[in-house]
Structure formats: C-alpha cells, structure tokens
Design a protein around this ligand. Sequence first.
Ligand code: NAD
Length: 278
Amino acid sequence: MIIDGRKIAQDLRTDMATQVALFGRKPGLAVILVGDDPASSVYVRNKGNACEEVGFYTEKINKPNDITQAELLAEIERLNNDDRVDGILVQLPLPKHLDANQVIETIDPTKDVDGFHSENIGKLMQNKPFLRPCTPKGVMTLLAATGVDLVGKNCVVVGASNIVGRPMAMELLNARATVTICHSKTQDLPNKLKQADIVVTAVGIAQMIQGEWIKQGAIVIDVGINRLDNGSLVGDVDFESAEKVASWITPVPGGVGPMTIATLLENTLIAYKAREEK
Ligand code: NAD
C-alpha cells in the first residue's frame, strides 16, 4: 500500500489551522535564504506558503550571496530577540565562505525549529526530545499512519547524515526498534536490507535500492529526492520493483517531502506553545 504523504501532511496542516485560528498571537516563523540557489528558493517559497495556509506570521529574509558571517549571525541574534518569532530556519546549504555549524549554534535552541542545534540533538539522543529534526520526525508520523507497531522491529537506515540518517536512527531507537545504520562504506548492503522489517533510505542516489534487496512485507520509506536527466524526480528506491514486495511504501514525490514541511510547522507550533507557557 502507498503511504500518502501529501494527504497526511494536509490533514496535519488543517488541524494546525483550526488551532491557530483560535490564538490571539500567531505562531511566527522566520526563514533566512542566503543567495539565489534555485532549489533552496523553491524550498523557502514552499515553506512560506505552508505557513500562510495555516495562519502563521512569517518573515522571509533574503540575504545576498556575499553576506559575511558576522552579518548573518547578527540577523539571527535579531530574530532570537524578536517576540513575534517562535521559529528560525536558515535554509541549507549555505555558501562555502559561511560556517553553517556556527550559524546553527547561534539560533536560540528554543527557536531551533529545524532541530539541528546540538542542544536539541542531545535531547533527542537522551530520549528527552524537544524540537526534533523535521524529516526524521515526519517519517515517524508516516510510520505511525501505517498503524504498525515499531517495538522490537528490525530497522535499517541507509545514510548517516546529521540532518536525516543519524537523527532518523535515534527516532527509531526511541520508538524501541532495533536499528542498523548503513552508509557508503557498509559492506553487503543488500544482505543488511534483507533483514529489515522497516527500511528508511536517505542516500541521494537515484533508484539505487532494488526490490530484490527488500524483505517480503517490509515497510519502505524513501527520503531521497533525485532528479533524472529527463527532469523527473525519483527516490533512492527503485519504486517499481520495491512496491511488489513492500507492505507499505512511500512514493517520490508525494511521500516524505510534504511531511518535512508539515513537520516544520508542527515544530513551530511546539516552540510557540512552549514560549506562551513561560
Ligand atoms: P548526504 O549526502 O549528507 O548523506 C548521504 C548519506 O548516504 C551518507 O551518510 C553516505 O555515507 C550515504 N551513502 C552514499 N552512498 C551510499 C551507498 N552507495 N550506499 C549506502 N550509503 C551511501 O545526504 P542527506 O542530506 O542525508 O540527503 C539524502 C537524500 O535525502 C538526498 O537525496 C536529499 O535530497 C534527500 N532529502 C530529502 C528530504 C525530504 O524532505 N524528503 C530532506 C532532506 C534530504
């Protein structure tokens, strides 16, 4: 069966819009885009549109490609101190001359709606999460929608990046699954995958994972977004062969992607509620 990320994300947004309509002050999200990378510009526009749909206050801040580190940090400090802003997101990747790590660490952890600040990653590691990285958290929402109990399941995460693979593994561990993390140096990936009740791929190589590597009845969540020469988008999984063996599978597009943005809004709402309760 297909896990319909678009529908699940839409349901989440509708629920948030209903809540926000009753609020006096609106939850606020500031999104900083440095430069004019076309893919980043599309992501930022989509995030802004989703915010408006649910009734959030949004600030879209475009900075030139040659902004200095000090200027960017000053902008973040301004937003850290702005009471209208509950969430701050700096669209990655940043131009090479900027230190993304220092930028992330400058965001007030209570406004870090991407969940990348070391304080929020540390809380996730300790299974006391506050703001959780959006893509892995969105995957957990998709898994919950299948109704399958994750406790004790064998999960294989392919990819070990800071923004997807590592926090994804921690999410699954926190759900009391047994987790294996694979990466570019992993030996015999097909055999590792064959053991998995749940596969999450975040690699960035088009259609790399073959259906014959997947165990019959496994759940397959494809985080990858890869553009083919003909312009179409595909995941890391060869969907056609994998859907024949999987019990549940996410499509690309229309699976994890829409959930990432809906989860960003969810995180902004959590940050808003935490600040309102202070
Ligand atoms: P990354 O390049 O930072 O990490 C890729 C990971 O894949 C690395 O850990 C690497 O070791 C591993 N890898 C590379 N080749 C491999 C191989 N042959 N076998 C096994 N592992 C291999 O990428 P990322 O930022 O984690 O993103 C991964 C993919 O997910 C990309 O396609 C990206 O566009 C997509 N993505 C999607 C969303 C979304 O919302 N759907 C969000 C973030 C990233």
